[in-house]
Design a protein around this ligand. Sequence first.
Ligand code: ADP
Length: 156
Amino acid sequence: MKIAVYPGSFDPPTNGHIDIISRAAKLFDKVIIAITDNPEKKSEFSLEERKRMLTESIKKFKNVHIDTFNGLLVDYMKKLNANIIIRGLRAVSDFEYEFQLALMNRRLNNKIETVFLIPDESYTYLSSSIVKEIAALGGEIKGLVPESVIERLKKK
Ligand code: ADP
């Protein structure tokens, strides 16, 4: 069984994340969305809140599961017996960071492969941080994030 792990901070999940999830769900037997805190970013939503928002948005994908983890991704994956990492690539600007991350993960465990998926072009400019910025300034976020995120983001 091919198990793929899609790690990220998902703070909050956007329609770009959902697009990547739907593509991964078609390629692999099982996809595990693994939510974690990125030490380089201060999180707006707790891990539990992010998990709840994602759970509501991915109900239609029967082979997609959600989990949270702390610590090294490679250690978490070992426990699951998974060796495929999914990451999304929006633009060239993502490349350098993703390239470094993929090679470091491979160095930590050389059985691990990172698979990059490209979202629909309408999501290539979308990020959790820009969505938070727009919401904070009172802008319209419908169409950018799943329904389950809209109200929660407005409340923040
Ligand atoms: P991280 O803090 O690990 O970068 P993110 O939630 O920001 O977590 O992103 C998780 C993954 O999803 C990354 O590979 C990122 O490039 C990808 N991603 C984020 N937004 C989009 C989007 N709009 N379209 C495609 N991939 C995306």
